[in-house]
Design a protein around this ligand. Structure first.
Ligand SMILES: Cc1cc2nc3c(=O)[nH]c(=O)nc-3n(C[C@H](O)[C@H](O)[C@H](O)COP(=O)(O)OP(=O)(O)OC[C@H]3O[C@@H](n4cnc5c(N)ncnc54)[C@H](O)[C@@H]3O)c2cc1C
Length: 374
């Protein structure tokens, strides 16, 4: 069976290091994995799916609150069996709480408080309860009686793979795939917590070959035309596919102009891939490079502010056939960048609000406005 989502390739981790420097509030890992011998192929713009592992200490803490040793055999979500401990590390989700899970837990715990959450008609009560809590919180705060180990795993969801935009060109790094991962850590309900997959790479990947697969992204592809200009907007980990695009354009000897907007909190500690991008700028491959370090001055400056400042030139690049790519945070950044784009079309393209909407729609249809946002 070829390697893919159903049969992930156990990929050796070649290198992994923090791109933020000492004193940063963020941790962003550059991770290089081997695809040697996997038969997996990708193009720039694609994403890599990764099957993470839960932290062993957290699994042991859960087991210590349950009447199971961890050695019991349990069914795996994909078929087959494993010990309960192994299944909790590799196959079941022990983080996210769902209404279905909570209901099943309530039935086995008899907790009046959980009953009030589960039975509330206000969805917010359920969402507020689940936010920032994990399975361990139920084990410690709402003890439940499970008929047996199989009953326990039957209420859990399967552990899902996470997707990461690929930050390498396969032609620049044959047999390898690179990722740019921001580590998720936060404090809630009296505990320090972490995202499963991101902290897997930072805290517990030593000696482990995570299962990976390629997720082709038809909606985010580098233009074939090597003479066409491109504008890339990628703050934070949004930079990932643009490192790949630029590596690829360099190898292709593409003559089209490349313009990159990057942002993060502080220049001193958070300028990801600074050496690589500044040398691409010196070489002339990166024709324009605009930076927005939001906290280096009193007022916050984000990529959309830099775009606004350069609105006239962005408009003339678009008139020259540029494709605009946006990658990164979907909730705020992508929305603000989209609003800024509409504003630029109105102001510098002399369009009404309605006409600007039509213009942007047409750009999307022509695949000249592509987004990889999450
Ligand atoms: C197409 C695509 C491309 C992506 N590319 C990248 C990329 O290049 N780089 C990258 O870093 N990520 C990328 N992501 C996101 C990535 O897939 C993961 O979602 C991310 O790494 C978090 O996964 P995790 O397993 O570490 O965290 P999870 O275990 O999934 O935990 C995240 C969850 O923790 C909870 N949470 C987070 N903060 C708090 C808080 N303060 N309080 C309470 N609860 C909180 C929220 O429920 C949140 O959904 C991409 C996603 C998609 C879909």
């Amino acid at each position: 069976m070829p390697y893919g989502k159903k049969n992930p390739f156990p990929s050796p981790i070649l290198r992994s290091y923090d791109l933020n420097t000492s004193g940063s509030e963020k941790e962003t890992y550059h991770v290089e994995l081997s695809l040697e011998g996997s038969g997996l192929e990708y193009v720039v713009g694609d994403a890599l799916g990764v099957f993470p592992r839960n932290p062993e200490e957290q699994v042991d803490e859960i087991l210590s609150g349950l009447p199971f040793s961890g050695n019991e055999e349990v069914p795996l979500p994909n078929g087959g069996e494993a010990s309960l401990r192994e299944a909790l590390i590799t196959a079941y989700d022990i983080r996210s709480l769902t209404p279905k899970f909570l209901k099943a837990w309530q039935e086995r715990s008899g907790s009046p408080h959980l009953r009030s959450v589960v039975e509330s008609e206000d969805r917010k009560v359920m969402n507020d309860f689940c936010w920032g809590r994990e399975v361990i919180d139920l084990v410690t705060d709402y003890p439940a009686d499970f008929a047996n180990e199989e009953d326990f795993v039957s209420v859990l969801k399967r552990l899902q793979p996470r997707l990461y935009s690929i930050s390498s060109s396969p032609n620049a790094h044959p047999g390898e795939v690179h990722l740019t991962i921001v580590i998720v850590r936060y404090h809630s309900h009296g505990r320090q917590r972490g995202g499963v997959c991101s902290t897997f790479f930072s805290d517990r990947a030593d000696g482990i070959q995570p299962g990976v697969f390629v997720h082709h992204n038809k909606a985010f592809q580098l233009v074939e035309d090597n003479d066409a200009p491109i504008i890339m907007v990628g703050p934070g980990t949004g930079i990932a596919p643009f490192r790949a695009f630029l590596e690829e354009r360099k190898l292709r000897g593409a003559k089209g102009n490349n313009w990159l907007f990057f942002g993060n909190p502080y220049r001193k500690t958070d300028f990801l891939y600074e050496e690589q991008f500044t040398s691409l700028q010196k070489e002339g491959l990166l024709s324009r490079f605009d930076l927005a370090f939001s906290r280096d001055q009193a007022e916050k400056i984000y990529v959309q502010h830099r775009m606004e400042e350069k609105g006239q030139e962005i408009w003339s690049w678009l008139e020259d056939g540029a494709t605009l790519y946006v990658c990164g945070d979907a909730t705020r950044m992508a929305r603000d960048v989209d609003a800024t784009l509409h504003g630029i079309v109105e102001k510098h393209g002399g369009r009404s609000e309605e006409e600007a909407k039509d213009f942007v729609k047409a750009l999307k249809k022509e695949k000249r406005y592509q987004r990889d946002v999450y």
